[in-house]
Write a protein that binds this ligand. Structure first.
Ligand code: GRF
Length: 215
């Protein structure tokens, strides 16, 4: 069974979705550890309650990004993960860190990339007046919120939406697609080859799921 390490910074609801999928027998992975860069991340308690080893690597204790990332990589590698899963990990990573985990580092971003990288994605979508918004699971490359797209889910933007209602609609889809993508990796059906996704999975080839809200 593949070993994964999950990195969080806060609430940890995507991490929880992964734990739930594992507990339901839908995600054949060993969650070796959950690491947070923030000592007060709510998700730490959730992971502990699930019996998962937790670790805090406080970035504030390091003089610069390079030294933090090097220490973080050392901590991660102690658990010998096949895959590192960023689940609301709010840190910009150095190129060296990203290269070290090339092909085994996943992120989820709350927009349909390449639209709306960075922060406040739901407000960006509302400000642009787009009709479809969503979330993306991708392999991480050195450019922020960039990298080969594995899976996306789209939701409609409804009249009267505000940041909170739109975020909640997207989050429900995040909790669907992240366990799915991690499962494909765990089953050996997903890999990065020459910078492109190789996916042997029952999709129609589009790499997209459309939210049931649209049906
Ligand atoms: C999610 O919307 C995720 O896509 C983004 O940050 C949020 C984290 O939420 N990167 P949670 O900590 O998983 O609840």
């Amino acid at each position: 069974m593949k070993n994964i390490v999950i990195l969080i910074s806060g609430r940890g609801s995507n991490m929880e979705a992964l734990i739930r999928a594992r507990d339901a027998g839908e995600l054949p992975v060993n969650i070796a550890a959950v690491i947070s860069n923030r000592p007060d991340a709510e998700g730490l308690a959730t992971a502990q309650a699930a019996g998962i080893a937790t670790w805090v690597m406080n970035h504030k204790a390091f003089p610069d990004r390079e030294s933090f990332d090097a220490a973080l990589a050392e901590c991660i590698d102690d658990f010998a993960p096949d895959l590192v899963v960023l689940a609301g990990f709010m840190r910009i990573l150095t190129e060296e860190f990203v290269r070290h985990y090339e092909g085994r580092l996943l992120n989820i971003h709350p927009s349909l990339l390449p639209s709306f990288p960075g922060l406040h994605t739901h407000q960006q979508a509302l400000d642009e007046g787009v009709r479809l918004h969503g979330c993306t699971v991708h392999f991480v490359t050195p450019a922020l919120d960039h990298g080969p797209v594995i899976l996306q889910a789209a939701v409609p933007v409804l009249d009267g939406d505000d940041e909170a209602t739109l975020a909640a609609r997207v989050l429900a889809q995040e909790h669907r697609i992240y366990p799915q993508a991690v499962r494909w990796f765990a089953e050996g059906r997903l890999r990065l080859e020459g910078g492109k996704i190789r996916l042997d999975a029952p999709l129609d080839g589009t790499g997209a799921l459309i939210s049931p809200v649209l049906r």
